[in-house]
Ligand binder design. Structure first.
Ligand SMILES: Cc1cc2nc3c(=O)[nH]c(=O)nc-3n(C[C@H](O)[C@H](O)[C@H](O)COP(=O)(O)O)c2cc1C
Length: 245
């Protein structure tokens, strides 16, 4: 059993790790790329604790049942299996919540905060809708809940690389063709780096007065994608003269 001193030290470390200011979140947005192959390097206790605390905070904020599973390779076909392009996935975030029309979007918005914290802690990640088995997962799914998607987590074999993104003018718009305030451009630029299913980036931000509307186009996981992009937008735009419509 861990000594009380060690346990306290672990808590202090996790509290320190959990705090991610806006600059660090922006750095995580820049550094994050989809990574599908992971090494065997174990996750340190402080990292695990910080992820669990972040999950608890996002569940509270978003009314969700997100869970982080450690050392559970079964849903990704076991440690040595290739599951799609995934390999060595032992840890993942399960995006689960009570069925509701906005569930997918909330999973994206709150899940991405955990993903950015993971990046800040030195981990890599990849959102995954198809290449894992919900039935092999030990995540708890209540009778009125839905297991929407997952995010593979761990130390990547590589840090990943940049992918093609849509132009800012495809992703954002100011009503009446007015000029883009710098905070709006910064928000759309952060959203431009958001991961999306099949890299489709079918989301759009429109500014009217001080109200920003985020909307999703049609694609399989468009609502999850929009939630992720809204999280990036909010971090990029920062606290400013704006609010969500
Ligand atoms: C909601 C969602 C579902 C995804 N599902 C899968 C998947 O099933 N398999 C996969 O290999 N990648 C999946 N991805 C990863 C995307 O392909 C990847 O994020 C995208 O190509 C952009 O690359 P980037 O994350 O490096 O910016 C998914 C991403 C999102 C946001």
């Amino acid at each position: 059993m861990a000594s009380p001193v060690a346990a306290t030290a672990g808590r202090e470390q996790s509290t320190r790790l959990l705090i991610m200011d806006r600059q660090q979140a922006l750095a995580a947005i820049q550094a994050r790329h989809a990574v599908r192959q992971f090494t065997d390097q174990p996750l340190e206790p402080g990292v695990r604790q910080a992820l669990m605390e972040a999950v608890a905070a996002e569940n509270e904020a978003g009314g969700l049942h997100l869970q982080v599973l450690f050392d559970e390779p079964a849903a990704f076909g076991g440690m040595r299996a290739h599951y799609g392009r995934f390999r060595g996935v032992r840890h993942y975030l399960a995006l689960i919540g009570r069925k509701a029309p906005d569930l997918a979007q909330r999973c994206g918005f709150h899940g991405q905060q955990v993903v950015l914290l993971a990046q800040h802690l030195g981990l890599n990640s990849c959102w995954v809708a198809l290449n894992f088995s919900r039935s092999q997962s030990r995540a708890e799914v209540g009778p009125k809940e839905r297991f929407v998607v997952a995010v593979a987590l761990g130390y990547g074999v590589t840090p990943g690389r940049s992918h093609k993104v849509r132009a800012l003018t495809e992703l954002g718009e100011v009503a009446d063709g007015g000029p883009w305030p710098p905070w709006f451009e910064a928000g759309v630029a952060a959203a431009q780096l958001a991961p999306s299913g099949l890299n489709q980036q079918r989301f759009h931000f429109r500014l009217e007065g001080e109200a920003v509307t985020g909307s999703a186009g049609w694609s399989s996981y468009a609502e999850v994608d929009l939630g992720i992009a809204r999280r990036h937008f909010q971090i990029g735009a920062g606290p400013g003269p704006w609010h969500w419509a």
